[in-house]
Write a protein that binds this ligand. Structure first.
Ligand code: PEP
Ligand code: MN
Length: 347
């Protein structure tokens, strides 16, 4: 259930509703909006009696949420969620570029890449210290040593760090070192890891399972939010189909579909979805055009020697080109969506 407060409800009114929810043994999730606060109620198995809430001061209405997800949906929060870490944001006015190495391989490789990412005015750096590899014999990442290098990247260039946690012990460590904790495609339905991420006090970048539906994707985000962490970024990274010309099939249609149902920002990973650097820029352009809130891209100073995913890593020149193109397209998309909202108001 969702309890919508009046625009003039006081903090005391809101607190009273939260206390009532908790006294009934449920969990309260207050979501302040531009005009009013809505409070999500979770933890109930069947329908909840709205009686104790309708009489409570400041309550406008109680709404039953019929969708399987409650907290990720636009019913609870109409305004788009913006993730902010210092000056860097995802889902806000500025198009978010998260770029860097697939795996942190050495200090030199990470620093060289971070330098160009920062020089292009990007605010986020990606790099895996724990790598989910198909083969147990493949490079698994530098673990904590990699996290320390990422921490030095932040100190040196002011970039915010996005890095993956493959399991709970890795999550404990990434929470300590990173700015955003990434959950990879193979872990999208690792429910204990999702719950642990929900207890973290850092934003979580959740990649779509390679064969998951949009509803499953949103329910995975709901796991994180149900634990009280509302800072979730969705990421489309391609799904499995019969197509074999591409590593995965980028499903760009999920971007506007997710934005219609959810207030969470959604970005696109053209690197892991295509697996091939020649296809990264065209698919990234398309994702910006459909309204993605950002991109997550692999770059490498010498991809022919990369220990992980070299064929999809952009060369520095290609990366510069991508940033310029993405910004130009994002600006056009923004102008058109602004024009559209004016048009809707006039009508
Ligand atoms: C990654 O981003 O480094 C990664 C392993 O991605 P995915 O989980 O989408 O395969
Ligand atoms: Mn990779």
């Amino acid at each position: 259930m969702l309890i919508v407060m009046n625009a003039d409800a006081t903090d005391t009114d809101i607190r009273r509703v939260i206390e009532t929810i908790e006294s009934l043994g449920f969990k309260a999730h207050p979501m302040p909006g531009t005009n009013r606060t809505a409070i999500g109620l979770t933890g109930n198995q069947g329908a909840v009696d709205p009686a104790p809430f309708v009489e409570s001061p400041g309550v406008a209405e109680c709404v039953r949420v019929t969708k399987p997800y409650k907290l990720v949906g636009r019913d609870l929060k109409h305004d788009k969620t913006v993730i902010r870490v210092g000056e860097a944001e995802i889902g806000g006015d500025e198009f978010a570029m998260i770029a860097g190495v697939c795996a942190v391989e050495s200090r030199e490789q990470a620093m060289l890449t971070a330098e160009i990412v920062a020089k292009m005015g990007c605010k986020w750096f990606r790099g895996g210290a724990f790598k989910p590899r198909t083969s147990p014999y493949a490079f698994q990442g530098l673990a904590e040593e990699g996290l320390k290098i990422l921490s030095d990247v932040r100190d040196e260039f002011g970039l915010r760090i996005v890095t993956e946690a493959v399991d709970e012990p890795a999550l404990d460590l990434t929470e300590k070192y990173a700015d955003v904790i990434q959950i990879g495609t193979r872990n999208m339905q690792n429910f204990s890891l999702l719950r642990r991420a929900g207890q973290a006090r850092k934003p979580v970048l959740l990649k779509r399972g390679m064969s998951s539906t949009l509803e499953e994707f949103l329910l995975a985000a709901e796991y994180i939010m149900s634990e009280g962490n509302y800072q979730v970024i969705l990421c489309e990274r391609g799904v499995r189909t019969f197509g074999d010309h591409s590593r995965f099939t980028p499903d760009l249609s999920v971007i506007p579909a997710a934005q219609r149902l959810s207030h969470l920002p959604i970005i696109f990973d053209p690197s892991h979805s295509t697996g091939n650097r020649e296809t990264v820029i065209p698919m990234a352009r398309a994702a910006v055009a459909v309204g993605a809130d950002g991109l997550l891209v692999d770059v490498h100073p010498y991809p022919e020697r990369a220990l992980c995913d070299g064929p999809q890593a952009l060369l520095f020149d290609m990366f510069r080109d991508l940033v310029a193109q993405a910004r130009a397209i994002a600006e056009i998309v923004k102008q058109h969506s602004d024009a559209h909202s004016v048009y809707s108001t006039v009508k």
